[in-house]
Design a protein around this ligand. Structure first.
Ligand SMILES: Cc1cc2nc3c(=O)[nH]c(=O)nc-3n(C[C@H](O)[C@H](O)[C@H](O)COP(=O)(O)O)c2cc1C
Ligand code: SF4
Ligand code: SF4
Length: 298
């Protein structure tokens, strides 16, 4: 009988969904029956984990942390004693300061007597801060594909892969947990440019928190339960939403991964000479290539 795997994920703007939907068929190819569950931040229900041999948890890093709703969701869940769990997080950059992002999740999993055996950090473009060049996104997705092969091999062969968290990273993680209250505060400063807004309702329909509504005059307004997921600012067709205190970090226009996958790269984007912000990828690519060679002898 096939082993059963459940992938549970939260995604604000679709990047974690993208990783999850790529990962699931790869796990199926090696003989897992895979179910997928997307966390609905309004529902937060308890789900039945007992029939699964392995549980994978996917989330985007927010302020060096697990998003608050992912934290709350897993507080509610009951794992089987010794149940195998792996984490597949993703974020806009791979600086080491992000390493401890799962600190609270690790504690919950341990407290609930499940067994966290593997953790992987995927690279996806920023949905906040600044927009990534599509060629770089294409290269990152190619490296992510390799990392997925590593994940699948290690899960199927039961090879643990866990990084030790350092005191420094844990400290940064704790400080930036202030993000948990940052969203609801920042949303007080969200504004819609009435001249630009075409009242298409895309933001109203897409907000997972049902935080956006049309008032009686037909203008866009916000409640105060924002997760700062950036779905509305990324997807507004007129770039009409001003993101409060973080407005200078607003990114508009979603990434079209289907089109990006078709890009043919003529030469590497990240090289040993890469300087500045993207330097972190040199080490990440090297780590992935090294592990890939070890596992697949290529
Ligand atoms: C509020 C917020 C905070 C973020 N904080 C970080 C961070 O600390 N480090 C990082 O590398 N990326 C950060 N990001 C970028 C996201 O992790 C990244 O774009 C992710 O792929 C989004 O996934 P999603 O589309 O599934 O929500 C942040 C994004 C948001 C919206
Ligand atoms: S998505 Fe943009 S244009 Fe459409 S209703 Fe919302 S703010 Fe207006
Ligand atoms: S208001 Fe915008 S940023 Fe806040 S939860 Fe809704 S879609 Fe996300």
């Amino acid at each position: 009988m096939n082993k059963k795997c459940l992938l549970i994920y939260y995604s604000g703007t679709g990047n974690t969904k993208y990783v999850t939907l790529k990962l699931a068929p790869k796990l199926e190819q090696v003989g897992f029956d895979v179910d997928i569950y997307r966390i609905n931040p309004l529902l937060m229900e308890e789900i039945n984990l007992s029939k699964y041999d392995v549980v994978g948890i996917g989330y985007p890093i927010y302020g060096l942390n697990v998003p608050s709703k992912v934290h709350k969701f897993f507080k509610k869940q009951q794992f089987k004693k010794g149940q195998r769990v792996f984490i597949y997080k993703n974020s806009g950059e791979t600086y080491r300061v992000n390493n401890s992002s799962s600190l609270v999740l690790r504690k919950i999993i341990k407290r609930k007597k499940a067994n966290l055996t593997n953790e992987y950090h995927f690279m996806m473009p920023y949905n906040i801060h600044f927009r990534y060049d599509e060629s770089l996104v294409k290269e990152m997705l190619t490296m992510d594909e390799k990392l997925m092969d590593i994940l699948v091999k290690e899960i199927v062969d039961e090879i643990p892969n866990i990084k030790k968290y350092t005191f420094r990273n844990n400290f940064c993680n704790r400080v930036l947990r202030l993000m948990y209250i940052g969203g609801p505060i920042n949303v007080s400063f969200y504004k819609v440019d009435k001249k630009k807004c075409i009242k298409c309702g895309k933001c109203v329909q897409g907000c997972q928190m049902k935080n956006i509504y049309f008032n009686k005059k037909g203008n866009i307004k916000f409640h105060h339960k924002c997760l700062m997921c950036c779905y509305c600012t990324l997807n507004c067709p007129k770039d009409a939403i001003k993101m409060g205190l973080f407005n200078s970090w607003r990114v508009n226009k979603p990434y079209n991964f289907k089109e990006i996958e078709k890009i043919e790269l003529k030469s590497p984007i990240i090289t040993n000479e890469t300087k500045g912000f993207f330097k972190c990828y040199i080490e990440t690519y090297q780590e992935i290539n090294k592990r890939y060679k070890e596992l697949f002898k290529e």
